[in-house]
Write a protein that binds this ligand. Structure first.
Ligand code: IPE
Ligand code: IPE
Ligand code: MG
Length: 236
């Protein structure tokens, strides 16, 4: 289904965990626990629907501003998820990847992330890209650093074109997202895939992330299928 409609890559800003918990009089961390369950549902659904790439915004470079206990809880969940889901990835041929700044992550998470990426590296089904310690501006900054390091003396004379940064992004082989979904009802990008989102279609769901179901994903996909993408051109 997905391939026929040109929907290869979906990015999701999984927002609303804290509000979900607060609405039921629970502490925010309970919302993250339910958010993890929703992420598992949606990963399975995306795999079943033949989506090639799913980028999940797990933790932004700005989310360190939260309390130590909330940050630690989220990191703990990530660790737990990476370890516990290996059989699931294997059964569903899911490949785990990462985007974001590895250097700023706790060493134990980096180790588990690297292991999950190595263990699933040969799987040819859905590729799940975990945006963890990710910021769009940070990614551009790190890409520039790599470019400068690779460029040597030629740099001073260069005039850069639109595509010249791509090879230095975190995952240059992954096509730009066709569709970016944000749950939780807010209409902003919050530093997600800034460079890659140049021509992405946007879809905002008012539902909070822990309430998201495969049916909501189907609705978003159906909505995407009704869009006319022109990429700056005119209708063919
Ligand atoms: C998204 O939910 C999860 C992360 C940013 C880690 P929030 O925790 O931002 O939930 P709200 O937006 O406060 O409801
Ligand atoms: C975006 O949500 C980051 C993630 C979902 C990981 P935030 O809750 O951090 O975004 P803002 O602060 O509302 O813009
Ligand atoms: Mg939020």
């Amino acid at each position: 289904m997905a391939e026929k409609t040109g929907l290869r890559h979906i990015g999701i800003i999984m927002d609303g965990n804290g509000r979900w918990a607060e609405r039921q009089g629970l502490i925010r961390t309970k919302g993250h626990l339910e958010g993890l369950k929703a992420a598992k549902r949606i990963v399975k659904a995306a795999a079943d629907r033949g989506i090639a790439y799913l980028t999940l915004y797990v933790f932004s470079t700005e989310n360190w501003k939260r309390t130590v206990s909330e940050v630690n809880f989220i990191m703990g969940l990530v660790k737990q998820y990476l370890k516990a889901e290996l059989d699931f990835y294997r059964e569903n041929h899911i490949r785990i990847r990462h985007t974001g700044d590895m250097e700023g992550l706790p060493p134990d998470i980096v180790k588990d992330l690297r292991e999950a990426m190595a263990d699933t590296g040969d799987f040819e089904g859905l590729q799940v890209v975990l945006a963890l310690n990710y910021g769009g501006r940070d990614e551009i900054g790190r890409a520039l650093t790599r470019l400068v390091k690779a460029g040597g003396e030629k740099l001073a004379a260069e005039k850069f074109g639109a595509e010249d940064l791509r090879p230095f992004l975190d995952n240059p082989d992954i096509p730009d997202p066709d569709l970016i979904i944000r749950t939780g009802g807010e209409w902003r990008i919050s530093n997600f895939l800034l460079w890659e989102a140049a021509y992405s279609e946007f879809y905002v769901s008012s539902k909070l992330w822990p309430d998201w179901t495969p049916e909501d994903l189907d609705e978003a996909i159906e909505n995407f299928q009704g869009r006319q993408r022109r990429f700056g051109g005119v209708k063919a």
